[in-house]
Design a binder for this molecule. Sequence first.
Ligand SMILES: [Mn+2]
Length: 340
Amino acid sequence: MAGMETTENPTSEAAYRRGLAEVADILRGWQGPIVVVSHVDPDGDAVGSTLALTRALRSLGKDVTLPIEPPRFLAFLAEPGELSAPLEALPAGCLLAVLDAADKDRAVGAPLEGAVKTLNLDHHPTNDRFGDVAVVAPDKAATAVLVKDLLDTMGFAWTVAVATPCLTGMLTDTGNFRHANTDRTVLDAAGELIEVGVPYAELTDQLQLRHPDYFKMLGEVMATVEFRLGGQLVTARLTRAMRERIGQSDDDSDDFVGLIRYAEGVKVAALLKEREDAVKISVRSRDGASAQAICTELGGGGHRVAAGATVHADLERTAQLLEEATRRELDRLAAVPAGS
Ligand SMILES: [Mn+2]
């Protein structure tokens, strides 16, 4: 059965359902340890989808380890003792479930080699379908939707404890149901989780809470806003000096790029985060421009309208490379006949 999905149309609903059924069978029958991991710099979908799956499997009597470190604003989701530090090695005879990680290199928390079986559940279109069973559904708004469908496939009796992180993944990956990936599927899934009893307004309120230093950082980052390419590209910078001055980590600084993308006339927005020997860029796009194309060119990847890359250069050079890649993307866009 390994690799079955690779020969089928990835967007086929039937193949998706078959993939989930296969994963459900494996999970139901698994007697040994299970390790659940996700991508580096875990976001709400990474934390939410893994925590929901972990809690559900534990309630079914499975031995599950979840080595993940949530960013500060998501820390409230986890109970003490639920999460573990990164694993040096996989336990013998373990099943590894990798969630929301487009490729093996982005997955962290445990070595990815040495599992008896590896499951790959994801919604990134760039996922290379690693693992023994890969269920990759780019049409789904969040990996949390896959987890919802998987647990339904298993006939799981939903609890608020499992539904809350699952709904969190859907909320954060859709920008609270505002982004282009918001569709009936995710809204229906979210509605069913609310019906389980998740305190929706409390959850969305909690998800907006930030450390006071976040707002100081926001002020400094907004002071660096620059418009390029006739106003079609907007950039902002988060420097190491700012981080040293303010002290707060930039765990959830992706909010900042989400904010500047609302400048009128902008097609591409980017936040450049200065690291020790590289610059991490978070890119958002609109009006047909592809953040994914820009970031792929810079050695990264992601979704069409939200993508990222790590550039091994200084801020100036990275800004220049970003501008060049954006110019090429906008030129490509201009060359496409209107309406196609
Ligand atoms: Mn996701």
